[in-house]
Write a protein that binds this ligand. Structure first.
Ligand code: GDP
Ligand code: IMO
Ligand code: MG
Length: 423
């Protein structure tokens, strides 16, 4: 069988959690392949709103296997909090969740290093979620990291202490006060919770399931424009968020990849620092933020808002080999008389380009198309393609024409049920 992949095409928070939950009944296995607790994936159903950070968004459906793959970085403190929150609503995932031995652990000192690094950058800070993601991936690629498999083996404490010592030495270079003790007890408790789950050789586990004919949905975190190689570097995260990351983050070969669902908002948001060509600094931006409730699911920070950006969207579609598009939050655009869509960038040299450039900070102006909007009244009770207002149908057709990819699902609200299957 194939692995279908669902991933964000913008700067994260596209609505991946909601759609993974919607698609889960079609799959036997849901697997996270990169990122860590910098992610905040929101699901809403039966009047419950739930935010997941490390745990795959398939967890609320029964019978599915959920895997945290080798490409993910796990903070045991946050993991334990997630498990406790699920227990509170009587969701027991002890038999459903499998964790890769090769996933790396985020230590309390990684979080401190993240904070110290950001503080030292001043104005040029990345706007990190401060979850220790960058330092943990640095230790992974630097071949110093601590893995989940280490936690179940002898000598774990010695390995932990040795790495902590390295971190303490690095921290001496920063003028940064910290208190490690406040985290360490909770971290060790979290390790015990982690160890109570099935710790597996996830690459063998997932390939065996595929051989048995099981269907797999790989759940991306962050978005393509935050990819470590192709995003708006250095204002990115520290993992490969693109489709290729599903292969390295799960141990599945590229020829196993099936459908690639590319998910995007009908407009655009970004949280944290970095260039954002279509950002709106006016009341329209504020209106989008208020109507879309655009506040970070992990940090609560207000998200920057702007119009849909086609050069960026087409770049993301190219990098991921997107086979189907999923458009989210079209309800948020209702009530706007005119909707703008970026079609090209003007650079400081005067050149007009429609490709995503090496340095998007050189974009000085944006070329827009303008399309007519739809009203809230027209969107009421829309649960099928046929009932959609004409201008929304036209907006969808316009994006399909400009990208060459079909939009197969449309989301009109945060709830599981507020989803229209278009094709
Ligand atoms: P993720 O990180 O990609 O899973 O997205 P987040 O959960 O961080 O952010 C998406 C936000 O939009 C959440 O608050 C969702 O509940 C909400 N949401 C998802 N789809 C829709 C939609 O179609 N309309 C509206 N209004 N909200 C949505
Ligand atoms: P989900 O999965 C939106 C952003 C941060 C910052 C940059 C680096 O919910 O879509 P990091 O903590 O990784 O060092 O931060 O990336 N960022 C996200 N923005 N959604 C996310 O995840 C994000 N994860 C990281 O705001 O700009
Ligand atoms: Mg999010």
């Amino acid at each position: 069988m194939k692995v279908d992949v669902i991933l964000g095409l913008q700067w994260g928070d596209e609505g991946k959690g909601k759609i993974v939950d919607v698609l889960t009944p079609k799959y036997d296995v849901i697997a996270r392949f990169q990122g860590g607790p910098n992610a905040g994936h929101t699901l809403e159903f039966n009047n419950i709103k739930h935010v997941l950070h490390t745990i795959p968004s398939g967890i609320f459906r029964e019978n599915q296997v959920n895997i945290i793959g080798n490409g993910v970085v796990i903070d045991p403190i946050i993991f334990k909090k997630e498990i406790d929150a699920l227990k509170k609503i009587n969701v027991d995932i002890s038999t459903q969740l499998f964790i890769s031995k090769k996933a790396h652990l985020i230590m309390p000192s990684h979080r401190i290093l993240d904070a110290a690094s950001e503080a030292s950058k001043g104005k040029t800070k990345i706007g990190s979620t401060l979850k220790g993601i960058g330092p943990a991936y640095m230790d992974k690629t630097g071949r110093n990291g601590l893995r989940v498999g280490d936690a179940v083996n002898e000598g774990f404490k010695e390995k932990y202490d040795a790495l902590l010592q390295k971190h303490v030495t690095i921290l001496e270079q920063y003028d940064f006060e910290y208190n490690l003790a406040e985290f360490e007890k909770g971290w060790l408790e979290g390790i015990e919770v982690l160890k109570s789950f099935e710790i597996v050789d996830s690459e063998h586990f997932i390939n065996k399931l595929l051989k048995e004919g099981k269907t797999v949905l790989a759940e991306g975190a962050q978005g393509t424009l935050l990819d470590i190689d192709f995003g708006s570097y250095p204002y990115v995260t520290s993992s490969n968020t693109i489709c290729a990351g599903a292969c390295t983050g799960l141990g599945v070969s590229p020829n196993r990849i099936g459908e690639v669902f590319g998910i995007f908002k009908a407009y655009c948001t970004r949280v944290g620092s970095g260039p954002f060509p279509t950002e709106l600094h006016c009341t329209t931006g504020e209106e989008l933020r208020a109507k879309g409730n655009e506040f970070g699911a992990t940090t609560g920070r207000p998200r920057r808002c702007g119009w849909l950006d086609l050069p960026a969207l087409n770049y993301s579609i190219m990098l991921n080999g997107v086979t189907q598009l999923i458009m989210m939050k079209a309800d948020v655009l209702s009530g706007f008389e005119k909707i703008k869509v970026a079609t090209a960038y003007k650079l400081n040299t005067g050149e007009v380009i429609s490709d995503f450039p090496y340095d998007i900070e050189l974009v000085t102006d944006v070329v827009y198309d303008e399309l007519p909007g739809w009203t809230e009244e027209e969107l009421k009770g829309v649960d099928s393609k046929e009932k959609m207002p004409k201008n929304l149908k036209d907006y969808i057709r316009y994006i399909e024409e400009k990208t060459g990819v079909s939009i197969t699902y449309l989301s009109l609200g945060p709830n599981r049920d507020q989803t229209v299957i278009l094709k």
